[in-house]
Design a protein around this ligand. Structure first.
Ligand code: NOJ
Length: 535
């Protein structure tokens, strides 16, 4: 599974990569029905991952490396193993204990239909019926995600109070902030009315239910959490960060979550979802900066998305004869194009102002593992959708540290004899961190180089960004500050730089040497120039 001690052991690697913060996915006590996003005890480390003492060591060691630590906090839902859920089942209908969750009587003559038509994000109804303590068929409880993840009722005073205690518990142990899971959730529309278009939720898994998401009251929660973390900062002068996962599609609605006094950041998911296309990136960057002038949190990969290498791998137009794929140059290898594009997109992202969130293994150029045997799949999204949605296991396979396949390419301790929780494919030997460390043009060294430049070039520390408009089709050009211009060529043919003397190339995502005044296909190049005119 990996554990906290393993993270401590890799902190020197993370410091060498050049990151300045570490976001840990949930490691709390959990039965693991959704990879730890079903929390049974928010203030305990699951024994599979270690102990509180091990956590304290992790924070201290990370801080010693100049790496800050933020935790995942999961406030929309609990676990069926949470003691308050057990208390709710035992206490019966109408009790204050049930009031901490959304319990309701069913519809239909015997109450055997769910209280409303809401669908679970992972597929199937968002309600599960319980047996009452006397064994009779009973009420239903709401779960926006898996049935093992009952939604909290945020209008019950115990719930906000619980989470204030949880935040304080971890802040007192030295953490630097929180990534807030499903930050658009928490409050539901009073009365839980039917969703006018519930079938759409089921079809896409997208959070479009206007009665379950983005209720005005949720902003009060973020204001109170912000006050809480600001109190810690006021006491010791250390910054604390709140970054929200806000899964809404309207950028203006997402921007509401970072109004003064609310969350500091929200992830910019449109960047991750963007097709590898200059116009699309231009539009995504413009929109993000317009809505978040104080700082965008860019993201190209995370534990919920197919990895960028796979997402950007083109489907050739003739592969299935339906003509809706992409025209590729003769002899082109789609997988290599996917990798080239992921590298180019990463270098574009790392040139942007704001924060950048990387997902473990993207610095190795890992693709998704698409052919995991069904027997090892863990994701409730796969299981609840009856296999129609592939789920997220493919992006969660442990990364290969060593070329040697021994103990899961160095992921597990040497004595390990059991399989890794998700198996690595044999081809990953070529992508191992130890090999890439020694290869100048590797993806690992590309990320290291870009992160180092991001820290040292003053223009990249400014908030100034000029998107060029006079570029040829398929070329995205932007200038940071006054001396750094980057070009991203999203086509399959080389494009000369619009300026004959673009400056000194300081980073290229192309693995082999190329003329300095030409951007190769599917490539980003960074130039440093002395003059103040954008190159
Ligand atoms: C978002 C998390 O990133 C995802 O992994 C999880 O399944 C859902 N929220 C539910 O907690």
């Amino acid at each position: 599974m990996g554990d906290l001690a393993g993270v401590v052991g890799k902190l020197p690697y993370l410091a060498g990569l050049g990151v300045d913060g570490l976001w840990l996915n949930p490691f709390y006590a959990s039965p693991g029905h959704d990879h730890g996003y079903d929390v049974a005890d928010h203030c305990a480390v699951d024994p599979a991952y270690g102990s509180l003492e091990g956590f304290d060591e992790l924070v201290a060691t990370a801080h010693g490396h100049g790496i800050r630590v933020i935790l995942d906090v999961v406030p929309n839902h609990a676990s069926i193993a949470h003691p308050w859920f057990a208390a709710a089942l035992a206490a019966g209908p109408g009790s204050p204990q049930r009031g901490r969750f959304h319990f309701a009587d069913g519809r239909g003559p015997d109450g055997n239909e769910p209280p409303n038509n809401w669908r679970s994000i992972f597929g199937g109804p968002a309600w599960t019926r319980i047996s009452e303590p006397d064994g009779t068929p009973g009420q239903w409880y709401l779960h926006t995600f898996a049935a093992e993840q009952p939604d909290w009722n945020w209008t019950h005073a115990d719930v906000p109070a619980l989470f204030e205690r949880v935040l304080s518990f971890w802040l007192d142990r030295g953490v630097d902030g929180f990534r807030v899971d499903v930050a658009q959730g928490l409050h539901k529309k009073p009365g839980l009315p039917d969703h006018p278009d519930a079938a759409a939720d089921e079809a896409t898994g997208d959070p479009v239910n206007p009665n379950a998401w983005n209720q005005p009251a949720v902003h009060q929660v973020w204001r109170s959490w912000r006050r809480l973390v600001e109190d810690y900062t006021a006491a010791d002068g250390r910054d604390r960060l709140l970054i929200g996962e806000v899964g809404l599609t309207d950028p203006a609605a997402v921007a509401d979550y970072t109004r003064p006094g609310e969350l500091h950041h929200t992830f910019c998911f449109p960047f991750a979802h963007a097709h590898f296309d200059a116009d699309t990136y231009r539009q995504v960057i413009t929109t993000a900066l317009a809505h978040h002038p104080d700082g965008v949190a860019w993201v190209a990969n995370n534990h919920d998305l197919p990895r960028a290498v796979t997402r950007h791998t083109p489907t050739p137009s003739d592969s299935d004869g339906d003509g809706d794929g992409e025209e590729l140059p003769a002899g082109a290898d789609p997988a290599q194009i996917g990798l080239a594009r992921a590298r180019a997109a990463a270098a574009l992202m790392l040139a942007l102002p704001g924060a950048v969130y990387l997902y473990q293994g993207e610095e190795l150029g890992l693709p998704d593992v698409a052919d995991l045997p069904v027997t090892v799949l863990k994701d409730p999204m796969y299981h609840r959708s009856g296999g129609t949605r592939p789920g997220r296991d493919g992006c969660r396979v442990p990364l290969p540290w060593t070329t040697s396949p021994d103990h899961h390419h160095g992921f597990s301790p040497p004595a390990t004899t059991t399989p890794a929780w998700l198996p690595q494919p044999p081809t990953w030997a070529d992508l191992a961190a130890d090999t890439q460390h020694h290869t100048t043009t590797s993806t690992l060294n590309l990320y290291r180089q870009a992160l180092a430049l991001r820290r040292t070039i003053p223009d990249l520390a400014t908030t100034t960004l000029t998107l060029h408009t006079d570029t040829p089709p398929g070329l995205l050009a932007l200038t940071r500050g006054t001396h750094l211009t980057t070009y991203t060529n999203t086509t399959h043919h080389p494009i000369p730089t619009p300026h004959p003397h673009p400056g000194q190339p300081i980073l290229t995502t192309h693995p082999t040497p190329h003329p300095t005044d030409t951007i190769p296909p599917n490539t980003t190049v960074w130039y440093h120039h002395d003059d103040e005119t954008p190159a």
